[in-house]
Ligand binder design. Sequence first.
Ligand code: C5P
Length: 232
Amino acid sequence: MGKDVIVACDFASKKEVFDFLDKFTDVKPFVKIGMELFYAEGPEIVREIKARGHKIFLDLKLHDIPNTVKKAMSVLSRLDVDMTNLHASGTIAMMEAAIEGLTREDGTRPILIAVTQLTSTSQERMEADLLIEKPLDEVVMHYAHNAKVAGLDGVVCSPLEAGKVHEKCGDGFVTVTPGVRFADGDIGDQVRVTTPAKAKEIGSDYIVVGRPITAAADPVAAYKRCVAEFCG
Ligand code: C5P
């Protein structure tokens, strides 16, 4: 898997996302489309961004009974996305069904990665609300292992966990890591952050970067700086 920078296009409308993407004339970043934009604009937004030549990570985090996830994944595969995801907590059977649904007739399929425990879930909430009493990092690694057993390609995790995930699941198991900030940038609401260069050193395969690029005075320059630090 090649290293790449994925730009989180966390915009509320088609107009905002196209105003942003129009700034990129000589490069076509890999873009992440999340629930907000997808639910606002529907699947057409995926087709339109794809038609402009961008690779797409569709971040919808599916979680349902295996048969429903299989059918939904089959629809996403026909949308020709390059990467998509689901919740590992949906069980190994759900993840296996997802792969079945995602696989096209010619045997190809988008990269499929799992969310382990959301970073918004604390040890305390996991114990009190979910009745999971193991240490959080053990749960994250166990879910990553389940994803690997189910045949998925990787997980979303903190760049700080990428090394450990590779140790447990192998170097070829993809780590997609948000929480990236420039050394001289604002961290905003992210808590555990790392720079693109550090993420590269730890072994992230893809970094997901939103506001350091989307809110920059010069988004194209910020994107290119990320690529230079992470892929260079
Ligand atoms: O703007 P920022 O760089 O913080 O955006 C990071 C992106 O990655 C957002 O789309 C956010 O929802 C997503 N994300 C995250 N932390 C996770 C999972 C996803 O920041 N654990």
